[in-house]
Design a protein. Structure first.
Lengths: 448, 292
């Protein structure tokens, strides 16, 4: 028995010694937020030296590869090295990638989070001035701004969008014909009447899901219309005192729950995720689907030309202004990058060069953004992508773009919206309790 | 100690060195840093603040952090009890079979779920559990259509449904290990018991069960750990929903650390999970040792 007893004792001694050592040597983990690495002056002339820009992007987003190839063709001294990882992994790893000694020059960064405070990003203000990005519509860059106190929408510029999305509602034309819908609805009441028509005809009115929270598109499209959109934007931008517990949000949640009760949503909505939702709609299940322009090409392919329509979520009353979620596919320049000027030149080129803008539209189906006065790239006539660009322009005219409420805080989508909307849709939570629960999580998440 | 003995001891340690170094570097060091992080409020990158036991207090006072722990405890029924019980039954049946292709095939088929990646198993099962999936099709076909539902979206059935995926995966492992254990039992014991007039049940409880006690201990340890630290099955099927009915500590820790940037709180939850696993597994080990 002796040798057997000895081993655990040995391990225990080693463990105690190790604990003592680390405790003695332990200093607090992490480092104090260093000030952003910012050279005083910036240059808008492209370097003549040989440079390789490292881009860290998400998988399934090939636009950066095409843009890089075109840029190298125009400027052979600049080469690119692009590394990809899944969106989820990238979201989780971005801070560590940017903090590493081998930081990329450009990284796909969907949310700013605490990266500004931690000094991981390059302040793009000098480039904004030097390149005259003030010509872009203000809403385009609003979500990419953040103050040092962590309020978004104002302060310095930290991100740059490659392609700007717009969300709306897809309608299956074959099913619309079947249930006798002749035109897309122009008010929420008309929309609801169309849903009832579908229900009566035995057609699923809405294809959506809540397993992963994708149905939040539907909820937000309602809240957008029921109140002052600025109040919701302030909340999404984390302005002090902003709240989700508003009359508009309660009304939106009430109508959303009502639609579930009336059987407009799939009966197993809580088991459907984004992928299943798009697959189901593409297979002809569901009259309406709330989704973004990024699926326009897929749906054109699945349902055939003219097989679907894409329209903006309607206002409450006829003639009301359009509000739609839409945001840039945002990238940031890590402060540890050694090629700030070259990377900024590349970003400006994407928004202004005709060939680059054409690539953005061809590959992503998203609006290229940039100066609204600049010529729009050409697209296939009658395609959903053409429609999406048109809708994007309509929302822009109404100054109606808002961010997604899922981006309000880093944890709110998975930690509160997804589980609480599941409760809401199954009538296990009242709308007023729902908005309070979301607000409570928001306060907790912001406090860290 | 003679010079020879000392040299032998030194040589022994040298042989151990690679393993000990790997253990210190990849197990002990991360564990200790996690313990250290658990006393801080830290987002993983920026400055950190010492908060003492605050993270632990939060875990035991915040119902949204406690609920996953209870869900994980319920999963023990599906990850440990069901697989071991059905493993015992299946192993007894297979052992009684005449050795031949059928017995080998049965063993292989039962073990197959073990080699399927859990992520793939989770996705396949979520299709079967869906509103139009295999399970409901079978129910409809046999006239039990009124029972059909979206099993993973129903608040009452989601946790048992994901639990049964675990049962499916682990039953094969339990069967094969118990079968090996039964093979070691001296056939003379069965012979003697039979002569004394023992029936099938008596043989099982008095000869088979005591004979595989070691294997059961090992299985309880492995399966309890996989129940309490489950992640992949839940992540691919329900993501913790509907509501928080299938939320487990593994998912909470991942979200806290990598989505919400609360590395300190996530580490504290990890440490609590570690202590919980030890609290369940160590008594099991002790019981089996005492009976020896």
């Amino acid at each position: 028995m002796r040798p057997v007893l000895r081993v655990p004792r040995l391990v225990a001694v080693a463990a105690i010694a190790a604990v003592a050592l680390t405790t003695l040597a332990a200093c607090a983990p992490g480092s104090a937020g260093s000030s952003t690495n910012q050279s005083g002056s910036v240059s808008t002339t492209l370097t003549t030296q040989k440079v390789t820009l490292k881009i860290q992007d998400e998988t399934g987003f090939p636009v950066t590869s095409k843009l890089a190839a075109e840029f190298t063709k125009q400027h052979p001294n600049v080469k690119f090295k692009i590394v990809r990882d899944s969106f989820q992994n990238l979201l989780a790893n971005a801070p560590r990638l940017m903090a590493s000694a081998d930081a990329p020059d450009l990284i796909r960064l969907a949310t700013l989070g605490s990266n500004v405070k931690d000094g991981l990003l390059t302040n793009l203000d000098p480039y904004f001035k030097a390149y005259g990005w003030d010509k872009f519509s203000a809403g385009q860059l609003a979500t990419a701004r953040m103050t040092t106190a962590g309020v978004r929408g104002e302060g310095s510029l930290w991100q740059f969008g490659i392609g700007y999305s717009v969300t709306g509602i897809y309608m299956n034309q074959k099913l619309a014909d079947k249930v006798g819908i002749t035109s897309t609805p122009t008010t929420i009441d008309e929309l609801e009447a169309d849903m009832q028509k579908a229900k009566d005809a035995g057609v699923l009115p809405v294809q959506t899901g809540m397993q992963d929270g994708v149905g939040t598109f539907v909820l937000q499209a309602l809240i957008n219309q029921y109140g002052d959109k600025q109040a919701l934007i302030d909340w999404m931008f984390n302005k002090p005192g902003a709240t989700f517990d508003t009359a508009a949000a309660v009304k939106g949640a009430t109508v959303f729950q009502d639609w579930a009760k009336k059987g407009y949503l799939p009966p197993d909505v809580n088991a459907i995720n984004y992928t299943t939702m798009v697959a189901n709609f593409s297979a002809g299940q569901g009259l309406f689907m709330w989704d973004g322009n990024w699926d326009a090409a897929n749906i054109d392919k699945a349902l055939g030309k003219g097989g679907a329509q894409f329209f903006l979520a309607p206002p409450e009353k006829a003639g009301g202004k359009f509000v739609a979620m839409g945001t840039g596919n945002t990238f940031a320049v890590p402060s540890k990058s050694k090629n700030h000027d070259t990377t900024a030149f590349f970003l400006n080129w994407i928004a202004t060069n005709d060939k680059a803008r054409q690539i953005v539209v061809d590959v992503t189906g998203a609006s290229p953004g940039g100066d609204p006065a600049q010529k729009l790239p050409s697209v296939e006539k009658g395609s959903l992508i053409e429609k999406a660009l048109e809708l994007s322009a309509t929302v822009g005219k109404d100054d109606g773009f808002t961010d997604f409420i899922a981006n309000t805080t880093s944890g709110i989508y998975q930690g509160a919206l997804q589980p609480d909307e599941q409760l809401l849709l199954t009538d296990k939570m009242a709308p007023a309790d729902f908005t309070k629960a979301i607000q409570a999580f928001y306060v907790k998440d912001l406090a860290g | 100690m003679s010079r020879g003995a000392r040299r032998a001891l030194l040589a022994g340690w040298l042989f151990l060195l690679p393993a000990v170094a790997a253990y210190l570097l990849f197990v002990l060091y991360p564990l200790l840093t996690a313990v250290q992080y658990s006393f801080y409020k830290w987002n993983g990158i920026g400055a950190s603040t010492w908060v003492g036991f605050n993270n632990y207090v939060q875990i035991f006072t915040d119902p949204t952090l406690l609920a996953p722990i209870f869900n994980a405890l319920i999963l023990i029924i599906f990850f440990t009890v069901i697989p071991i019980v059905s493993g015992l039954v299946l192993a007894t049946l297979i052992r009684d079979m005449r050795p031949g292709p059928f017995a080998t095939t049965a063993r292989t088929v039962l073990f197959l779920p073990q080699i399927v990646p859990l992520v793939a198993a989770g996705i396949a099962w979520s299709w079967m559990y869906a509103q139009t999936g295999t399970i409901n099709q079978i129910l409809n076909a046999v006239g039990l259509g009124f029972l059909s539902r979206s099993w993973l979206a129903d608040f009452g059935t989601a946790l048992p449904a994901v639990g049964l995926i675990g049962s499916w995966v682990l039953t094969g492992l339990c069967t094969v290990l118990l079968l090996t254990g039964m093979g070691k039992i001296d056939p003379a014991l069965y012979e003697a018991a039979r002569i004394d007039g023992a029936g099938w049940l008596r043989l099982f409880s008095s000869v088979t069960l005591p004979g595989v006690r070691q294997e059961i201990t090992v299985l309880v340890t492995i399966t309890v750990i996989s129940a309490l630290s489950s992640f992949d099955i839940i992540y691919t099927t329900t993501k913790g929903g509907p509501g928080t009915t299938t939320l487990v500590p593994g998912i909470s820790i991942f979200r806290l650390a990598f989505v919400q940037g609360q590395v300190g709180l996530a580490s504290a939850l990890g440490v609590v999970l570690l202590i919980l696993v030890l609290a369940v597994v160590l008594p099991v080990q002790r019981i089996s040792r005492e009976k020896d």
